[in-house]
Design a protein around this ligand. Structure first.
Ligand code: ZN
Length: 135
């Protein structure tokens, strides 16, 4: 597994304190975090704009992915080699959103004349942890 600094360097980014800490926080969570949750875990002084801009930069280089649901946007570290083929799974019990590696089989069937740029698949259900804890 890559370290925080290696991940930033591999994506051509300078090592700033905010980038290092935000990537570290995301690396330590298997599920997606809201900006507010990230801000609460930061130990360095960073205002909301700095956190948001840092997240945008990390998304731009493909290190972080943004997931939208009815609660707003959440951020998840991209893991694995075929990141583009990950779907996201949202547990309706605990609310955690995680990536399911290599879960999308490409190519997606599109009508003739359409060109795929990106896909954003959010699968809902209940996760293994919640299912284990059911009576
Ligand atoms: Zn769950």
């Amino acid at each position: 597994m890559d370290t925080v600094d290696e991940s930033l360097k591999q994506h051509g980014l300078r090592l700033t304190p905010a980038r290092r800490q935000i990537v570290e926080i995301l690396m330590n969570h298997a599920y997606a975090l809201s900006q507010h949750e990230i801000e609460q875990k930061l130990t360095l002084e960073a205002d909301r704009v700095t956190v948001y801009r840092t997240l945008l930069t990390l998304i731009e280089v493909g290190l972080v992915t943004k997931i939208l649901d009815e609660r707003g946007q959440r951020f998840l570290l991209c893991r694995g080699e075929k990141k583009a083929e990950n779907a996201h799974f949202k547990c309706t019990d605990c609310g955690h959103i995680e990536a399911i590696e290599n879960s999308i089989v490409l190519p997606v069937a599109l009508p003739q004349g359409y060109v795929l740029q990106n896909h954003n698949v959010l699968i809902t259900g209940t996760c293994a942890v919640c299912n284990e804890n059911k009576p």
